[in-house]
Ligand binder design. Structure first.
Ligand SMILES: [Zn+2]
Length: 387
């Protein structure tokens, strides 16, 4: 009887230890985290917080070794404002690094990132989200690179004068002055290649996507994008685009936002809010700031909204889809933690990251494959971006 019990229980507990030791011995890279926005709003991420999805303590608990900190600003930061705002956000990352020298350091290259990780610190990378940050200036592009920018997302949801976004190409194709990359846009991509700034094609329209691939001499990155075939949304990648990323040798880092993983999610969440119309209306009367009101509403409806979150398996389905389509060399993680309003179940914040390793193991993925997905593929593209 004892022998039988041992046979039944040992494999399970061994598997528990196995996935955790695999996860924590792998180089884990997350290509997109928006926590700098919270830092700009006054949150201290040096200590553990109950707010949001990440801080330095929880990044460690989730096993994150290489973290790209997104420098994002809305389209309101246009000419005369975008570049200054990007610099302010980089200042905020630098102050975190200066105050926590034993925990985190800026990585300017893949080798340096590996050295930082070997010294048991988080390697911080700077990714600028939205070409409007350079205000149509190659000089500003160079200056942000000098401060440490190692990828730039060519557009956010707004188009720039030189590149059209997925949102604009989808929602207002007829009113765009041009579609895709202009000649200046192509010059920017070439300059990024020369400097060693990865070309990030998340958020860009299909025309911009293919125009950039035709010009770039280096592998591209999709810092936070999921699969269109599983969740049709203009932010997600169609099969032909995924094949094109593989042909280019790039990496597509899956976005964890519930609405990009499961196209039913936003409708279900809206139905929860509609069902509580009186509560929603009274909060909106009390709080005139729309974003603040939405946050309060969502926290009051947390229980109901939690019930309609997609399961973790859907996130794994997106990873698995890319692997089945083009192999295991072209997919990674781009959580969008602290930038999204809803995550799948069992992925409440960054400390839940080892669950991905567990699920991939449960689906029969080899350790070699899992290490590529967790960070190896991202690091390959980062290393290849060096001038
Ligand atoms: Zn984004």
């Amino acid at each position: 009887m004892l022998v039988l019990l041992a046979l039944i229980t040992t494999p399970f507990s061994l598997l528990q230890q196995e996935y955790r030791s695999l996860h924590f011995s792998s180089l884990v890279a997350d290509a997109h985290n928006d926590v700098l926005l919270r830092v700009m709003a006054g949150r201290d991420i040096s200590t553990r917080s109950r707010e949001g999805h990440s801080d330095l303590v929880r990044l460690n608990q989730g096993g994150v070794d290489v973290q790209v900190f997104s420098v994002w600003m809305s389209q309101e930061y246009g000419t005369g404002k975008g570049f200054r705002q990007a610099n302010r956000m980089i200042d905020s990352l630098e102050s975190i690094i200066n105050r926590n020298p034993g925990k985190i350091a800026l990585a300017r290259g893949a080798r340096e990132a590996e050295q930082i990780v070997a010294s048991k610190k988080i390697a911080a990378l700077i990714g600028v989200e939205g070409g409007h940050a350079i205000e149509n200036s190659l000089d500003y592009l160079g200056q942000l690179h000098a401060r440490g920018m190692r990828y730039m997302t060519l557009t956010w949801n707004n188009s720039t004068p030189w590149a059209t976004s997925a949102k604009d190409e989808t929602e207002r194709p007829d009113s765009l002055p041009h579609k895709g990359l202009t000649e200046f846009g192509k010059q920017i991509v070439r300059r990024m290649n020369e400097l060693g700034v990865m070309v990030d094609l998340s958020h860009v329209g299909e025309q911009t996507f293919y125009d950039a691939l035709a010009v770039t001499s280096k592998p591209v990155i999709l810092s936070h994008s999921s699969v269109y075939a599983l969740a049709p949304h203009f932010r997600n990648l169609k099969d032909d685009q995924i094949r094109a990323v593989a042909k280019n040798g790039g990496v597509m880092c899956i976005n964890f936002y519930a609405g990009f993983l499961d196209s039913a999610y936003e409708g279900k969440a809206a139905a929860v809010r509609t069902g509580k119309a009186r509560l929603v209306d009274s909060v909106k009367t009390l709080y005139t700031d729309a974003d603040h009101a939405d946050q309060i509403i969502d926290s009051l409806l947390a229980g109901e909204l939690n019930a309609v979150r997609p399961p973790l398996s859907i996130l794994i389905d997106h990873v698995d889809y890319v692997v089945r389509l083009v192999g295991d060399d072209y997919v990674g993680l781009g959580s969008d933690f602290d930038g999204v309003s809803a995550l799948p179940k069992e992925m409440d914040d960054v400390t839940f990251l080892p669950n991905i390793t567990r699920e991939l193991k449960n689906r029969g993925y080899s350790d070699v494959s899992i290490r590529k997905i967790l960070g190896g593929n991202f690091m390959r593209v980062f290393a290849a971006s060096a001038p």
